[in-house]
Design a protein around this ligand. Sequence first.
Ligand code: UDP
Length: 368
Amino acid sequence: MRAFKAVVAGAGLAGATAARLLAEKGIRTLVVEKLRHVAGHCHDYRNEAGITIHTYGPHIFHTTDKAVWEFVQRFSSFRNYQHRVLSYAEGQFFTFPINADTINQAFGLTLPVQETAAFLAEQAAKASVPQPPRNFRDAIVAQVGERLYSLFFEHYTRKQWGRDPSLLSDELASRIPVRANRDDRYFADPYQGIPEHGYTAMVEAMLDHPLISVMLGADWFELKEDLDPDLTVYTGLLDRMFDFRHGRLEYRSLDLVFRTLDMERYQPAAVVNYPNDYDWTRITEFKYFLDEKSPRTTICIEYPKPEGEPFYIVPDQNNTERRARYMEEAARLEATGRWLFIGRLAEYRYYNMDQVISAAMKKLAARC
Ligand code: UDP
């Protein structure tokens, strides 16, 4: 196994990016992946109805980082796709994230757009939230007031995270913009799209390099004693790497229920959020992403749960403190020059796909 100067544990986006960058530096790299497929949680495939399904729930690529965008373009063409989401509340569909139209609809108003910011400020002032806000609840209420918070965020967040929103980090709120204009896109990033042939094909193309070998269905933890590389890039669970010595980090999971229906169109947007009244948080209709034509359609209903495949880190105080202890250990290993921890699981960060790639680029540039 000395033939490999670098070993990458995990063939998701973090592992594939790291492997590619290493190979392009002339470093022979082995990627070890426990699953029987590459692409980690952005894995996708075409189903019997001719629709591209995201195996682990909806993934929309978006970035403000030109270098990341240029990097992914090397491995796939992208369909220009602007993600739009509706929120189904009180028996109606609302534009979401909140914009000027959402506000008019929710309050039964016809405010001109230039009055939206002042209206929101008034709503927020009525709520009187400590400044600066120190948790998710306060961070949202400070922007939109109590009514919109309870209509769109409070119950969704409780379902998704299984705890009161006041126990979650204020940073979570920065994922969701509040707009005083009529932009109805989920993301305002300049670069957005879906890989035309899927994320799996994109990751396969990243790994397709003469200096990269991929072992599927092999657990790095079982092989590591037999490997002796100069560099190991670890993309698995942060706490597992250190035998859970500071206690277990929490992860949230989802039951993803897929249904293929004999109808052309199920819902009026690619994703509909269900903040209240239902056990699920959202439903995705996949054919929107690549504008796939089929007389049938496939949807995915997401039911959050505490156990199972680790999809989300949990941004609360306990986990943040525990993470800090593990990250100190990771930093000590990284300081030897022989280890890198990259990705959502290994850094225990709520990264988007582009942030994973950017983290891999930065860490590899600093190392090689
Ligand atoms: N959120 C919410 N209502 C919504 C959408 C999101 O309260 O309609 C909150 C919820 O806490 C969620 C977080 O914002 O977990 C981040 O949402 P995002 O859509 O970014 O979640 P992801 O796509 O990563 O599951």
